[in-house]
Design a protein around this ligand. Structure first.
Ligand SMILES: [Fe+2]
Length: 191
């Protein structure tokens, strides 16, 4: 069954629009293009995300006090919406997602480093609120983000899996190694 952890008209209407757009698109790339305006609107709306979903969490699955808060997930594991809260100067491990989606910055600033499948750094970019990007595996699926603002950063993730609960990977780009990784969510269990 679908799980609206944050059950509000804004979240319901966003998810309904996204599902209709995905159903009408021919590919992941097409879906991303169609969803962009909806996603931009969500990032520009400063009212819909309650403060409790913008809180860092000591001893979280991601490490570094990083909080991953589930907002919505589909009953069949085909879609999830969550916030990722990264304290100032904290960074995620290098990780993958194993599904396509969109990620955008809601608060604070971040540096993002993107790695190719051979774990070579392919791009670095600085993100400010309202900036967003597509994850499209296998080319664009591995990255690391670090909060550069004095305030905690909050990013919004829309992904086509139950990202917190699937087994994915962290990577060591220098050693060229990977480890199995399941981040979990702060506010809901996986099984
Ligand atoms: Fe990520």
């Amino acid at each position: 069954m679908d799980e609206y952890v944050l059950d509000t008209p804004v979240v319901r209407s966003f998810i309904e629009s996204v599902r209709a757009l995905i159903a009408s698109a021919g590919s992941a790339g097409d879906s991303v293009e169609l969803i962009r305006p909806e996603f931009a609107r969500l990032l520009a709306d400063s009212d819909w995300l309650p403060p409790e979903y913008q809180e860092a969490v000591p001893d979280s699955g991601m490490g570094g006090g990083i909080g991953q808060w589930l907002l919505f997930r589909a009953g069949d594991g085909s879609l999830s919406l969550f916030s990722l809260v990264v304290p100032s100067e904290s960074e995620t491990p290098v990780h993958d997602h194993l599904a396509w989606g969109l990620v955008g910055l809601y608060r604070g600033t971040q540096d993002e480093e993107i790695f190719d499948p051979e774990l070579t750094l392919s791009e670095s970019r600085e993100l400010v609120p309202g900036d967003f990007y597509a994850l499209l595996p296998p080319r664009d699926d591995i990255h690391r983000v670090r909060t550069t603002s004095a305030e905690t950063s909050v990013s919004i993730h829309l992904l086509t899996n139950d990202t917190g609960c699937v087994w994915r990977h962290t990577f060591d780009p220098e050693a060229k190694t990977s480890e199995p990784f399941r981040s979990g969510y702060v506010n809901v269990p996986c099984d």
